[in-house]
Design a protein around this ligand. Structure first.
Ligand code: GLU
Length: 363
């Protein structure tokens, strides 16, 4: 049966996992790379715009340096990424060139999304590349990323990119066919489509996989879907080893993989940025009255509702709002610095600490 998308697809983000790009010996998977490039060029020929999010730097870097096992320390992984990213781009550059195309490399960290200026610079660059018919190839800037500025996995990165470029579809390709139901610990039937990420979906997604090649697994994919779908980007998780998978999904609209609907009630861009892109610099704990008002979604958070706080924030920084049990209720942009809250007299003033326009309920 033909799959129905919510709107005509023009701009597609395609994310490919390391398991498709590197062999077990951590050498380039040439057939797979060739096929991906051919499929991307085919989409371009048909008038689609493609943003490509490619993993594989660490795996290929390790292979290039003659390693067999993924090390656990960060500097070794970062060194491998530096080697592998260059190799990866050389391979893509040659393959695209053979087809008369040009590709470009963009390496991002979470900081680039946290800063509105860098976010908009990245956005402008991507836009320009797409209008010039160049294929942007994006990866995390692993060689300089530390825990604080890391996405952690390219699934999340691809969702943030899809939201940033207002993609019409995000396709995450790996070596699994999609999301499967689990019965008695066994994978049974594949979900052809998922309308909403419920607790059941989260539980079948299971724990993260962290193998020789990459981080991630189903759980990081489902988290990524959540980010993309709140930005009105529908997602498909499919097997990249399936013949002509990209064309069959995008052009023939075949029901391959698992299709995740976009959220009907999408967050406007500014609130999406607060919720998913801005890194919280601290937290405030609120009393029960304020918690109720926030969850109702129609009130600002006023200073007197705050009972505790932590972290280091200044006006304009994102903060997490939590209840007295420490459960996250919302995220928002602080109007006052942490030091202001330390002054009791200031805290009693009935002024908004987070204005309703800058407050997003996440509970
Ligand atoms: N950025 C990493 C790489 O290129 C991959 C991260 C992931 O597997 O999600 O090797």
């Amino acid at each position: 049966m033909e799959r129905k998308f919510p709107r005509k697809i023009k701009r597609v983000v395609i994310k490919v996992g390391s398991s498709l790009l590197a062999t077990h010996m951590m050498k380039p998977h040439e057939r797979s790379l060739k096929s991906l490039v051919a499929q991307i060029c085919d989409l371009q020929d048909r008038g689609f715009e493609v943003v490509f999010v490619s993993s594989g730097a660490i795996a290929l870097g390790l292979g290039e340096m003659g390693e067999r096992v993924r090390p656990s320390d960060t500097p070794s992984l970062q060194a491998a990424a530096a080697v592998g990213q260059a190799l990866l781009m050389r391979l893509y550059g040659d393959l695209f060139k053979k087809r008369g195309r040009v590709c470009a490399q963009i390496l991002l960290t979470w900081d680039d999304f946290d800063s509105k200026l860098r976010h908009s610079n990245a956005c402008n660059t991507l836009q320009k590349l797409l209008t010039r018919g160049v294929v942007p190839i994006i990866n995390e800037n692993d060689s300089i990323s530390t825990e604080e500025i890391k996405f952690g996995d390219n699934d999340k990165l691809s969702a943030m990119v899809a939201a940033m470029v207002h993609a019409d579809l995000l396709i995450m390709l790996s070596d699994v066919d999609g999301l499967y139901k689990k019965e008695g610990g066994k994978l049974t039937e594949k979900f052809s489509e998922v309308r909403e990420i419920t607790d059941e979906i989260r539980s079948v997604a299971g724990g993260a996989r962290d193998h020789n090649f990459s981080k991630g697994g189903m759980v990081t994919k489902v988290n990524a879907v959540e980010i993309a779908s709140r930005a009105a980007v529908p997602c498909i998780i499919a097997n990249g080893q399936t013949m002509d998978v990209i064309r069959r999904i995008v052009v023939d609209k075949e029901s391959l993989g698992t299709y995740f609907f976009e959220k009907e009630e999408r967050l406007i861009a500014h609130k999406h940025w607060i919720c998913f892109f801005a890194k919280p610099k601290g937290f405030v704990t609120v009393d029960d009255g304020a918690a109720k008002a926030i969850l109702k979604g129609d009130a600002s958070l006023l200073l007197p509702g705050i009972v505790a706080w932590g972290g280091k924030f200044t006006p304009g920084d994102a903060v997490v709002v939590q209840d007295q049990a420490g459960v996250e209720l919302a995220r928002g942009i602080a109007d006052y610095a942490k030091e202001h809250l330390d002054e009791v007299s200031d805290r009693k003033a009935k002024k908004p600490f987070i204005h309703i326009d800058n407050l997003v309920v996440t509970a």
